[in-house]
Design a protein around this ligand. Sequence first.
Ligand code: AMP
Ligand code: ZN
Length: 114
Amino acid sequence: MENCIFCRIVNKQIPSKIVYEDENILAFHDIDSKAPVHILIIPKEHIPSMNDINQQNCNIVSHIFYAIPHIVEKLGVKGSGYRVVANCGKDAGQTVDHLHFHILGGRSLSWPPG
Ligand code: AMP
Ligand code: ZN
């Protein structure tokens, strides 16, 4: 997906501040951080949104969640707490059509979100 910004980050055509990478997923700092810790975890495969998870590609979701404890430990928020957010579609405010999970932490987070 050459016009997808996150595919371009995966392909290193756009720079990002990578915090974790393996064969199938990438985690990097959000360019417009909403908390002291704000990173995005994405599959390297282009999956447009949560609505596009299916039997063929769903293993990537458990792979991402398996990596989260390791990533948040590296970021120093494993003990203090953090939030995982996936916006899907217009009403949730999804702006990049490549599946991604926000990890937010480093301060007390309000609930419920707006
Ligand atoms: P969402 O609104 O859930 O679709 O989140 C998309 C996120 O991607 C936003 O928080 C943006 O700040 C972030 N973002 C957009 N472009 C980049 C980029 N080039 N590098 C890092 N984060 C980005
Ligand atoms: Zn993509």
